[in-house]
Design a protein around this ligand. Structure first.
Ligand code: SAM
Length: 253
């Protein structure tokens, strides 16, 4: 059998991959992973707590960008996967070339639709067993409205992964970023804490809400200490660990 690494087709794929500005690190071949701005997208899979198998399920990946999680849902057996996005796919410096190239290279059947988050509704995109809303909430100017849109298309499960702030407080609070306060990115608007995200999900119409990351236990305790340390140190990280400021929720109608 010919080693695929030595074929002209494979060299061509490498050249195509090199021409794209990637956000996700997507393994396309055994020895070819896209060079994402996110050097290890697969670690986000652990935070997302996706069901191991999605056989027969319909899945929508909202804010899909290069499609890592949409392709993963397909790999886990989903019967139908729709990837939606708007901003990244229309940004001159990014576009949807990465998504399209990965879909071709993976021989994927994931569908693509260019639609703004706030335009998601059963009549525009349909309803889905599983809705992935990963890394998008803090980009929303109107987060409650965005979650209402997600609720309208969720049949069984919403998986929400987001940036969180003010971890020591048990009151639902949110930081507002009018400028580039969060990671120098002016498209970041909100940093709710974990109780606030849970309350937003309930207000949007989800009746069962579960925090799946960070998991309770010693690691969560350590993160809490870390968060307190940030407060004590005047906002400077005591342990510079970005993972402490992400959380994942599973929400069901
Ligand atoms: C940080 S990236 C997350 C990408 C991917 N979901 C992940 O978790 O790796 C945020 C994504 O949300 C998309 N996005 C932000 N605002 C949006 C909007 N109003 N409508 C549609 N997509 C939006 C961006 O284009 C981008 O693809």
């Amino acid at each position: 059998m010919t080693d695929p690494r030595s074929t002209g087709a494979d060299a061509g794929l490498r050249e195509e991959v090199a021409r794209v500005r990637w956000f996700h690190s997507i393994p396309l071949r055994r020895d070819l992973t896209t060079p994402g701005l996110e050097p290890d997208t697969s670690r986000k899979l652990r935070w997302a707590g996706l069901p191991e198998r999605l056989d027969g399920k319909s899945v929508i990946d909202v804010g899909s960008w290069d499609g890592f999680f949409a392709f993963e849902a397909e790999r886990r057996g989903a019967a139908r996967v729709l990837a939606t996005d708007h901003h990244a796919w229309n940004a001159p410096e990014y576009g949807d070339a990465g998504f399209k190239l990965a879909r071709r290279a993976l021989e994927s059947r994931v569908e693509q639709m260019d639609v703004d988050v706030l335009d998601h509704s059963p009549s525009v995109v349909g309803e889905f067993d599983v809705v992935l809303f990963l890394g998008v909430l803090y980009h929303m100017r109107h987060p409650l409205l965005a979650l209402e849109r997600m609720r309208s298309i969720t049949r069984e499960l919403l998986v929400l992964e987001t940036h969180v702030e003010m971890l020591p407080s048990r009151r639902p609070l949110a930081a507002f970023y009018p400028g580039r306060e969060l990671e120098g990115d002016e498209s970041n608007w909100w940093g709710p804490n974990i109780p606030a995200v849970a309350a937003l999900l309930r207000a949007a119409g989800f009746s069962r809400v579960e925090v799946v990351w960070p998991r309770p236990g010693p690691a969560a305790f350590a993160r809490r200490l870390y968060a307190l340390g940030r407060g004590v140190a005047g906002g400077r990280p005591v342990f510079p660990n970005a993972l402490t400021r992400r959380a994942t929720f599973h929400a069901r109608p």
